[in-house]
Design a protein around this ligand. Structure first.
Ligand SMILES: CC(C)(COP(=O)(O)OP(=O)(O)OC[C@H]1O[C@@H](n2cnc3c(N)ncnc32)[C@H](O)[C@@H]1OP(=O)(O)O)[C@@H](O)C(=O)NCCC(=O)NCCS
Length: 372
C-alpha cells in the first residue's frame, strides 16, 4: 500500500500587525478610564484600582511580541476592544473561506495539485464562524474540489487530529488527496479587557495538502508516519459561546469568551504532551538523537522550551523547535502548521521530525514526519 505524504503547505497572514505596546496601550487606556470613573471609591478604599498590563510581562511570560489581526482598529479602540468584522450576505464568501483560499492556493501550488484533484477537504479549527453549512463544504465548492468535506473542532490540537483523520481516510481508500485548513479568527473570541489573556491570541490560517505517495508530484514530501492522539477532560480552558446562549438569562458580555487558568494549563498540559511524544517515539523505535525538529503548538515559548528539552534530552535551539509565536501570537490550531510551513525547507532527505499540537479539552496530537 502506498504511503501518505504531506506534499504542500501554505499560510495566510492577516493584514494588521499589532505589537504588545499597542495592545497594552489600549488596555491601559480602558483601565485609566474605569479607575478615574471610580476614583472616589478607590480613594475611600472601597474599591481596588484595576491594574495595568505591561509589554515586559507579556514578553517574559509568553514570548509573544506581536500578532496579526483581521481588524486592528476595533481591537485597539479602548471603548471597544473587539474587532470590527462587518456581516456578509449569504451570497458572499465567508471570511474564513477567504482566509482559507489564500493558504490553500499556496499549499496546492507547492504540491503541484489542482483544486479539482482534491477529494477530501477538512476545515479544522477552534472556532468556526457558523454552525452550518460547513465552512469546508463552501471551500470545497470554491476550489472546485470533489469528494467530501467537513468541519471539525479539537481546539488548538485540531491540525494534528485532522492530519491523522486524513491519513486514515487515504490509507483506507476513502480519499486520495486531502486539503486540510486551519482558519482562526481568535481575536473574535478573545477578551481584550482581560489582563490575564488579552495578549495571547493572533489570527491566521494554515493549509496542508496530504495525498497518496504514488500520486505525489514533488521530490521530497514528508511521509506521515506514526501518530498518537489523546484527550482528557478539563475546565481550565473554556469558551462557552454557543447556540444555547439565547435560551437562558443574559450573562455578562465577556462571560462567553475565551478564558483559561493559564498556570494550571501550563502545569497540567506539559506532562501530558511530554508523555504523548515520548510514548509515540518509543512505539516508533525513535531515539531523541534521531529527531531533527519539533513543530510545536505555539502558545507559550517557555512551555515549548520545556517540552523540547525533555523530548530531545538536550538544550533545544531554534533549529530544533522553531518559534513563530513571537510574531504571530497564539493562532490556535494554525500555530504548529505555520511553524512547519516556515521552517521545513532546510530539512535534508531522511530527516525525522514531529508535529505536535495541544490545547483545550485537554486534547493533544503528535505525528511523526519523515522527509523523503
Ligand atoms: C497565560 C500565561 C502566559 C501567564 O503567565 P504566568 O507566568 O502563568 O502568569 P500568572 O498568571 O501566574 O501571573 C504572574 C503575575 O503576573 C501578573 N500579570 C498577569 N497578567 C499580567 C499582565 N497582562 N501584565 C502585567 N502583569 C500581569 C499577575 O497578576 C501575577 O502577579 P502576582 O505574582 O503579583 O500575583 C501562562 O500561564 C501560559 O501561557 N500558560 C499556558 C497557556 C496555554 O498553553 N494555553 C493554551 C491556550 S490555547
Amino acid at each position: 500500500m502506498s504511503a501518505v505524504v504531506i506534499s504542500g503547505s501554505g499560510i495566510f497572514t492577516p493584514p494588521f500587525a499589532v505589537s504588545n505596546d499597542a495592545l497594552v496601550s489600549a488596555f491601559n487606556a480602558r483601565v485609566d478610564r474605569i479607575n478615574s470613573a471610580n476614583a472616589a471609591a478607590i480613594e475611600r478604599g472601597e474599591q481596588q484600582p484595576l491594574p495595568y498590563s505591561s509589554s515586559e510581562f507579556i514578553d517574559k511570560a509568553s514570548g509573544i511580541k506581536s500578532r496579526f489581526l483581521m481588524d486592528a482598529e476595533g481591537v485597539l479602540d479602548p471603548e471597544r476592544l473587539c474587532p470590527r468584522l462587518p456581516a456578509r450576505s449569504d451570497d458572499e464568501p465567508s471570511l474564513m473561506v477567504e482566509m482559507a483560499l489564500v493558504a490553500a492556493r499556496d499549499a496546492l501550488v507547492a504540491a503541484r495539485v489542482e483544486g479539482a484533484e482534491i477529494d477530501l477537504v477538512i476545515v479544522a479549527a477552534s472556532n468556526l464562524e457558523r454552525a452550518y453549512p460547513a465552512i469546508a463544504v463552501e471551500l470545497q465548492q470554491a476550489l472546485g474540489a470533489g469528494g467530501y468535506a467537513f468541519d471539525m473542532n479539537v481546539a488548538c490540537a485540531s491540525a494534528t487530529f485532522a492530519l491523522s483523520t486524513a491519513a486514515d481516510a487515504i490509507s483506507c481508500g476513502a480519499a486520495t488527496r486531502a486539503l486540510l485548513v486551519n482558519p482562526e479568527i481568535c481575536s473574535a473570541h478573545a477578551n481584550f479587557a482581560d489582563r490575564d489573556s488579552h495578549f495571547i491570541f493572533g489570527d491566521g490560517c494554515a493549509a496542508l495538502v496530504v495525498e497518496r505517495e504514488d500520486l505525489c508530484r514533488i521530490a521530497h514530501p514528508f511521509v506521515v508516519g506514526g501518530r498518537q492522539l489523546v484527550t482528557s477532560f478539563s475546565n481550565n480552558i473554556r469558551n462557552n459561546a454557543g447556540f444555547l446562549g439565547r435560551c437562558r438569562p443574559p450573562v455578562a458580555p465577556h462571560a462567553e469568551l475565551f478564558r483559561q487558568n493559564g498556570r494550571k494549563v501550563f502545569k497540567e498540559v506539559l506532562p501530558l504532551v511530554v508523555e504523548l511524544i515520548e510514548g509515540l517515539m518509543a512505539r516508533e523505535g525513535l531515539s531523541s538523537g534521531q529527531l531533527a525538529r519539533l513543530w510545536l503548538h505555539q502558545a507559550n515559548s517557555n512551555m515549548n522550551q520545556f517540552i523540547a528539552r525533555k523530548v530531545l534530552g538536550r538544550e533545544p535551539d531554534e533549529g530544533n523547535a522553531p518559534t513563530i509565536l513571537d510574531r504571530y501570537g497564539n493562532t490556535s490550531s494554525a500555530g504548529s502548521v505555520i511553524a512547519f510551513h516556515l521552517h521545513h525547507q532546510d530539512l535534508v532527505p531522511g530527516s525525522i521530525a514531529i508535529l505536535c499540537a495541544f490545547g483545550a479539552g485537554y486534547s493533544a496530537g503528535a505525528v511523526v514526519l519523515r522527509r523523503r
